[in-house]
Design a protein around this ligand. Sequence first.
Ligand SMILES: [Zn+2]
Length: 190
Amino acid sequence: MLGIPNIIKLYFFVIWLISYEVKEFIHSKSFYKELGKKQRMRRKSVEDYLEVIYRLIDEKGYARIFDISAFLNVKPPSVTEMVQKLAKEGYVKYTRYQTITLTNKGREVAKNVYRRHKTLTEFLKILGVEEEIAEKDACEIEHSLHPKTVDRLTKFVEFVKNAPRDPRWLEHFRIYYETGKYPKCEKNEA
Ligand SMILES: [Zn+2]
């Protein structure tokens, strides 16, 4: 016969066993999450490189390891390694004169990222974020947005920038940001 103390011991053992299994399960789940994160990091870095190469070619007519290194603040040997990988995957062409060009596949990706970049930068600037910070943050966010979000943001930026007159509500937002108060609306104001 199991005495009361043994039943209690058994009870705690079962609880411990369940919590152990649960922990193991969560651990294996987070492992897969990590994998996903690694893939995301990889995508981010591919997109970052292609975007920079695209911008350099646009501004200077060419992209070189040294320029990319300066732009991304990454050491030249690491840039060379990444560029070689990108060449292997068919995104760029890397000649022995060290000039990097984009293939059609690379240009497509780069153009898309740069478009997202510009939209996000503009959006942040509309909110009143300083240009330098807006540029930097745009590069952080641009890789992980859903296309529907990008679409909305693009339309929003267009809506504000092409408005027939200066949107008053934006000015109201600026006042709200600075004072924490809603400005009084004049009559007939949109
Ligand atoms: Zn960017």
